[in-house]
Design a binder for this molecule. Structure first.
Ligand code: SAM
Length: 282
């Protein structure tokens, strides 16, 4: 386990993933009944953008920094930015919302949870886990576990609330990660077939993507929506874009994401390269 998200925090893939996360949580909150958010690969929750790691390649400059500079963001992006600014003023201890920190998926989700929603976060890396634990110290709505997120799918599903949103965001360090995800979903959906599952994936090569779609469609009978955005053309062996498949997408999420993607692409593309699409896997 060499991956450290601190090198990539706030980059264009984080932005798209996290804006989609906000869109999903807001959709779930259209109903008053509480839900449980399970983050299987949570990271540390908070990232210092002036750390040695983040400053090495400054990926956030082509991500969240670009979003902050855009005029008139759509409402969901405004909610996302509000959380980013709130976390920054909380961690900096000032009211000036400069961009010093970037909130990871668990902290962004936590910003939006209602008093009776709940969160479970899993992280396997010992050091990252300690930081995550510290991020949510004394927070009674959040349970943090030092465990394999794929085991977490077995241990924590179905949630008592019978409503749940599960984010699966592995580092893709191993070539078999795509297959492992597809296989882990089948038993999870057997335990909790009505949950909303979002799985992040890198867009590098088309054949790999096609194999991933096929594996998902073979194993899963629920509806699967995919939201994808690339900022480079099909460069071989390169991180060209970012994707999120959403199993059991909430009502009208397709419409919401279709409205968001052109704005996000315009803000994040480099020299108008790449594209975006929201499509169902059929
Ligand atoms: C892409 S990062 C997560 C980023 C986070 N979800 C966010 O959006 O802010 C992946 C994380 O998964 C952790 N990890 C790797 N393998 C894991 C596993 N099997 N179970 C749980 N966590 C794992 C890594 O240490 C890393 O912190």
């Amino acid at each position: 386990m060499n991956y450290r998200h601190g090198y990539h925090a706030g980059n264009f893939t984080d932005v798209v993933k996290h804006v989609c996360l906000v869109a999903i949580i807001l959709s779930l909150q259209k109903k008053t009944t509480p839900f449980c958010y399970l983050d299987t690969h949570a990271g540390t929750g908070i990232y210092d953008l002036f750390s040695t790691e983040a400053q090495k390649s400054k990926e956030y400059l082509n991500g969240v920094e670009k979003i902050i500079q855009q005029p008139d963001p759509p409402e969901i992006v405004q909610t996302y930015l509000h959380s980013v600014h709130h976390v920054n003023s909380r961690y900096s201890g000032t009211k000036v919302a400069a961009l010093n920190y970037y909130p990871g998926s668990p902290l962004l989700a936590r910003e939006l949870l209602r008093a009776d929603d709940r969160m479970i976060a899993c992280e396997l890396h010992a050091e990252e886990y300690r930081t995550l634990k510290n991020t949510f110290a004394n927070d009674r709505q959040v349970a943090v576990h030092h465990t394999d997120g794929f085991l977490g799918l077995k241990a924590f599903l179905p949630p008592n609330e019978k409503r749940g949103f599960i984010l699966i965001d592995p580092p893709y360090e191993n070539p078999d990660e795509f297959t492992r995800i597809a296989h882990s979903l089948h038993p999870a959906l057997k335990r909790f077939g009505s949950g909303v599952y979002a799985i992040w994936y890198p867009i590098k090569e088309k054949p790999q993507l096609e194999r991933f779609y096929r594996a998902l469609k073979t194993d899963i009978e629920q509806e699967i929506l995919a939201a994808e955005l690339t900022i480079f053309p099909d460069l071989p062996n390169h991180l060209n874009g970012t994707g999120l498949v959403i199993i059991n997408p909430p009502w009208q999420l397709d419409k919401t994401l279709n409205n968001l993607m052109p704005w996000l692409w315009n803000a994040l593309t480099i020299n108008k390269q790449g594209s975006f699409r929201v499509h169902y896997l059929k």
